[in-house]
Design a binder for this molecule. Structure first.
Ligand SMILES: NC(=O)C1=CN([C@@H]2O[C@H](COP(=O)(O)OP(=O)(O)OC[C@H]3O[C@@H](n4cnc5c(N)ncnc54)[C@H](OP(=O)(O)O)[C@@H]3O)[C@@H](O)[C@H]2O)C=CC1
Ligand SMILES: CC(=O)[C@H](N)C(=O)O
Length: 271
């Protein structure tokens, strides 16, 4: 006889990039809060070990979806799950990678792969979740950007630009979700200790002063605290919130200032 397990009270949280780093801690904390979790990444052995551990410690359902989110089939597998499983109540769009190299030294294949994962997958899955959550009148989307998306930083030309995209895209998504019961949080970590720095290469983490690098646990606990406080944007390591508010006020003024039928005086031709 088959036994149907009751759905967890909070539903199922999908965590992309759950096999290590920030995503692994998200899976842990959400399971602790009583969510069932669906863990997504490429390394199946790691996902299965994490899922087994979470099930044992928190008595929740932890499933695994092995998918490469830099290819369309992998993204479609997750999007289908969001569309088809009414228990899905949260999407943590966390999977991403960086390459610490100047553009001229970045292998050609890395560029489309990074954009596919950091930009296309996050966008496609956000859309799938927005549609599904709007239809059922509830749901939470968390998009993981980075402090590196706010200004050009040497050695990460493509990565920084993908995170600038995550910022602008997610702020727009929040406008679109306004008036619905879909919540969208933008998480902006600073520097966080994770395997991501090994993937990025160049031993950069070791060169950073300890005082500016956060643990994954502190990052995710602050992120969830921000979510509980209904924050739209959570930047765990940003102590001076005014910096962010001034940035947004400045960019809104710049946007307005960009629109005029006449060229600016400095471009007037002197005859
Ligand atoms: N660490 C930091 O300082 C900062 C990190 N961030 C962001 O945080 C997020 C998590 O990074 P972090 O925890 O540091 O790094 P990790 O390398 O520890 O985690 C990245 C996760 O993404 C998964 N992943 C990578 N490529 C793919 C792919 N093609 N398809 C599916 N999953 C993939 C990895 O799993 P697998 O290899 O098994 O597929 C892994 O689970 C990223 O978006 C990153 O940009 C933002 C700011 C700072
Ligand atoms: C610079 C990096 O690669 C880092 N993952 C970050 O987002 O700060």
């Amino acid at each position: 006889m088959s036994v149907t397990r009751p759905t967890a009270p909070f539903g199922t949280a999908i965590v992309t990039g759950a096999s290590s780093g920030i995503g692994k801690v998200y899976a842990d904390r959400l399971a602790q809060r009583g969510y069932d979790v669906l863990l997504v990444a490429r390394r199946e052995d790691r996902l299965r070990a994490i899922a087994a551990d979470l099930q044992e410690r928190f008595a929740i359902q932890a499933d695994v979806l092995v998918a490469d989110l830099s290819i369309a089939a992998g993204v479609a597998a997750v999007a289908d799950r969001i569309a088809d499983d009414p228990a899905v109540s949260m999407l943590i769009n966390n999977a991403g990678f960086s390459a610490l190299r100047p553009l001229a030294e970045t292998p050609d294949e890395v560029i489309p792969r990074m954009i596919a994962l950091n930009v296309t997958a996050l966008t496609t899955l956000s859309k799938a979740a927005l549609v599904a959550f709007t239809a059922k009148g509830a749901g939470t989307i968390v998009n993981v950007g980075s402090g590196a998306g706010f200004a050009p930083y040497p050695g990460i030309p493509v990565y920084g630009a993908t995170k600038a995209y995550v910022y602008l895209f997610t702020r727009s998504l929040q406008n679109e979700a306004e008036g619905t019961h879909v919540r969208v949080q933008l998480l902006l970590p600073g520097a966080v200790v994770s395997e991501g720095w090994d993937v990025a290469g160049g031993g950069a983490l070791e060169r950073l002063p300890e005082a500016i690098v956060m643990t994954t646990e502190d990052c995710v606990d602050a992120a969830l605290n921000g979510l509980d406080r209904q924050e739209a944007v959570t930047a765990p390591s940003l102590h001076d919130e005014a910096l962010f508010h001034d940035y947004e006020a400045g960019s809104a003024a710049l946007l307005q200032g960009m629109f005029d039928a006449k060229p600016a005086d400095r471009y007037r031709l002197i005859r």
